[in-house]
Design a binder for this molecule. Structure first.
Ligand code: RB5
Length: 155
Protein backbone atom coordinates (compact mmCIF):
# COMPACT_ATOMS: atom_id res chain seq x y z
CA UNK A 1 0.00 0.00 0.00
CA UNK A 2 1.20 3.50 -0.88
CA UNK A 3 -0.19 6.60 0.78
CA UNK A 4 -0.76 9.69 -1.37
CA UNK A 5 -0.87 12.90 0.62
CA UNK A 6 -1.57 16.58 0.00
CA UNK A 7 -2.39 19.60 2.14
CA UNK A 8 -3.03 23.28 1.72
CA UNK A 9 -1.28 25.97 3.79
CA UNK A 10 -3.80 25.44 6.63
CA UNK A 11 -2.32 22.05 7.47
CA UNK A 12 1.27 22.10 6.25
CA UNK A 13 2.80 21.27 9.65
CA UNK A 14 0.37 18.43 10.37
CA UNK A 15 0.88 16.99 6.89
CA UNK A 16 4.68 17.03 7.28
CA UNK A 17 4.41 15.36 10.69
CA UNK A 18 2.13 12.63 9.32
CA UNK A 19 4.31 11.99 6.26
CA UNK A 20 7.21 11.17 8.60
CA UNK A 21 4.94 9.25 11.00
CA UNK A 22 3.54 7.02 8.26
CA UNK A 23 6.98 6.35 6.78
CA UNK A 24 8.62 5.59 10.14
CA UNK A 25 5.84 3.97 12.13
CA UNK A 26 4.00 2.13 9.35
CA UNK A 27 6.96 1.69 6.99
CA UNK A 28 4.77 2.65 4.04
CA UNK A 29 5.76 4.55 0.90
CA UNK A 30 4.32 8.05 0.97
CA UNK A 31 3.88 10.19 -2.14
CA UNK A 32 3.79 13.80 -0.91
CA UNK A 33 2.09 16.18 -3.35
CA UNK A 34 2.75 19.20 -1.13
CA UNK A 35 2.38 21.91 -0.23
CA UNK A 36 5.93 22.49 0.91
CA UNK A 37 5.65 26.13 2.00
CA UNK A 38 3.13 28.19 4.00
CA UNK A 39 2.19 30.33 0.99
CA UNK A 40 -1.58 30.52 0.47
CA UNK A 41 -2.95 28.07 -2.12
CA UNK A 42 -6.39 26.82 -3.22
CA UNK A 43 -7.31 23.46 -1.69
CA UNK A 44 -9.30 22.18 -4.75
CA UNK A 45 -6.06 22.18 -6.78
CA UNK A 46 -4.28 19.97 -4.24
CA UNK A 47 -7.30 17.69 -3.86
CA UNK A 48 -7.51 17.23 -7.64
CA UNK A 49 -3.80 16.44 -8.04
CA UNK A 50 -3.79 13.88 -5.23
CA UNK A 51 -7.11 12.25 -6.13
CA UNK A 52 -6.26 11.92 -9.84
CA UNK A 53 -3.05 10.13 -8.90
CA UNK A 54 -4.88 7.89 -6.43
CA UNK A 55 -7.58 6.96 -8.95
CA UNK A 56 -4.97 5.74 -11.41
CA UNK A 57 -2.86 4.00 -8.75
CA UNK A 58 -2.91 0.38 -7.60
CA UNK A 59 -6.10 -0.87 -5.92
CA UNK A 60 -5.51 -0.65 -2.19
CA UNK A 61 -3.46 2.53 -2.32
CA UNK A 62 -4.92 5.27 -0.13
CA UNK A 63 -5.00 9.05 0.12
CA UNK A 64 -4.84 11.54 2.94
CA UNK A 65 -5.87 15.17 2.42
CA UNK A 66 -5.55 18.00 4.91
CA UNK A 67 -6.69 21.61 5.02
CA UNK A 68 -7.50 24.01 7.85
CA UNK A 69 -10.84 22.46 8.77
CA UNK A 70 -10.83 19.42 6.50
CA UNK A 71 -14.15 20.64 5.09
CA UNK A 72 -12.96 22.09 1.81
CA UNK A 73 -10.72 19.13 1.02
CA UNK A 74 -13.49 16.62 1.74
CA UNK A 75 -16.00 18.51 -0.41
CA UNK A 76 -13.53 18.86 -3.28
CA UNK A 77 -12.37 15.23 -3.12
CA UNK A 78 -15.89 13.81 -3.01
CA UNK A 79 -16.78 15.54 -6.28
CA UNK A 80 -14.49 13.08 -8.08
CA UNK A 81 -15.99 9.76 -9.14
CA UNK A 82 -14.34 6.89 -7.27
CA UNK A 83 -13.27 8.94 -4.28
CA UNK A 84 -14.85 8.20 -0.91
CA UNK A 85 -13.31 10.83 1.34
CA UNK A 86 -14.02 10.77 5.09
CA UNK A 87 -13.41 13.78 7.32
CA UNK A 88 -12.53 12.24 10.68
CA UNK A 89 -12.04 13.85 14.08
CA UNK A 90 -11.52 10.76 16.20
CA UNK A 91 -10.55 7.09 16.00
CA UNK A 92 -14.17 5.90 16.09
CA UNK A 93 -15.16 7.71 12.88
CA UNK A 94 -11.85 6.70 11.31
CA UNK A 95 -12.53 3.02 12.07
CA UNK A 96 -16.11 3.13 10.79
CA UNK A 97 -15.09 5.06 7.68
CA UNK A 98 -13.04 2.01 6.71
CA UNK A 99 -15.30 -0.78 7.99
CA UNK A 100 -18.59 0.62 6.67
CA UNK A 101 -17.76 3.23 4.03
CA UNK A 102 -14.57 1.80 2.49
CA UNK A 103 -13.13 5.32 2.58
CA UNK A 104 -10.15 5.50 0.25
CA UNK A 105 -9.28 9.03 1.35
CA UNK A 106 -8.91 10.26 4.93
CA UNK A 107 -9.35 13.98 5.52
CA UNK A 108 -8.03 15.85 8.54
CA UNK A 109 -8.23 19.47 9.67
CA UNK A 110 -4.89 20.96 10.63
CA UNK A 111 -6.55 23.76 12.62
CA UNK A 112 -8.93 21.48 14.51
CA UNK A 113 -7.07 18.22 15.15
CA UNK A 114 -3.84 18.07 17.16
CA UNK A 115 -0.85 16.00 16.17
CA UNK A 116 -1.33 13.22 18.75
CA UNK A 117 -5.00 12.73 17.89
CA UNK A 118 -4.26 12.86 14.16
CA UNK A 119 -1.55 10.20 14.50
CA UNK A 120 -4.03 7.96 16.35
CA UNK A 121 -6.65 8.49 13.65
CA UNK A 122 -4.12 7.62 10.94
CA UNK A 123 -2.98 4.50 12.83
CA UNK A 124 -6.54 3.18 12.97
CA UNK A 125 -7.49 4.24 9.45
CA UNK A 126 -4.49 2.58 7.80
CA UNK A 127 -5.13 -0.85 9.32
CA UNK A 128 -8.92 -1.21 9.40
CA UNK A 129 -10.54 -3.21 6.57
CA UNK A 130 -13.85 -2.80 4.72
CA UNK A 131 -16.47 -5.27 5.96
CA UNK A 132 -18.41 -5.57 2.68
CA UNK A 133 -21.82 -7.27 2.81
CA UNK A 134 -24.65 -4.82 3.47
CA UNK A 135 -22.12 -1.97 3.37
CA UNK A 136 -21.16 -2.84 -0.21
CA UNK A 137 -24.86 -2.71 -1.16
CA UNK A 138 -25.04 0.83 0.26
CA UNK A 139 -21.90 1.93 -1.58
CA UNK A 140 -23.36 0.50 -4.79
CA UNK A 141 -26.53 2.55 -4.24
CA UNK A 142 -24.45 5.67 -3.65
CA UNK A 143 -22.72 5.12 -7.02
CA UNK A 144 -26.06 4.37 -8.69
CA UNK A 145 -27.65 7.63 -7.53
CA UNK A 146 -24.54 9.64 -8.42
CA UNK A 147 -24.55 8.08 -11.89
CA UNK A 148 -28.26 8.91 -12.30
CA UNK A 149 -27.60 12.53 -11.37
CA UNK A 150 -24.75 12.78 -13.91
CA UNK A 151 -26.96 11.31 -16.63
CA UNK A 152 -29.72 13.81 -15.82
CA UNK A 153 -27.19 16.67 -16.01
CA UNK A 154 -26.07 15.54 -19.44
CA UNK A 155 -29.53 14.98 -20.92
C1 RB5 B 1 -7.69 28.14 4.04
O1 RB5 B 1 -7.62 29.36 4.71
C2 RB5 B 1 -8.88 27.36 4.53
O2 RB5 B 1 -10.04 27.89 4.01
C3 RB5 B 1 -8.74 25.89 4.14
O3 RB5 B 1 -7.58 25.39 4.69
C4 RB5 B 1 -9.85 24.98 4.58
O4 RB5 B 1 -10.10 25.08 5.94
C5 RB5 B 1 -11.08 25.04 3.77
O5 RB5 B 1 -12.04 24.30 3.98
Amino acid sequence: MRVFMAADHGALDLKDDLVAWIQDRHELDVVDFGVHSPESVDYPDLAAVMCRALLSAEPGDRGILLCGTGLGMSMAANRLVGVRAALCHDEFTARLSRQHNDANVLVLGGRVTGVAVARGIVDVWLVEAFEGGRHQRRLDKMEHYAHEARMAENS
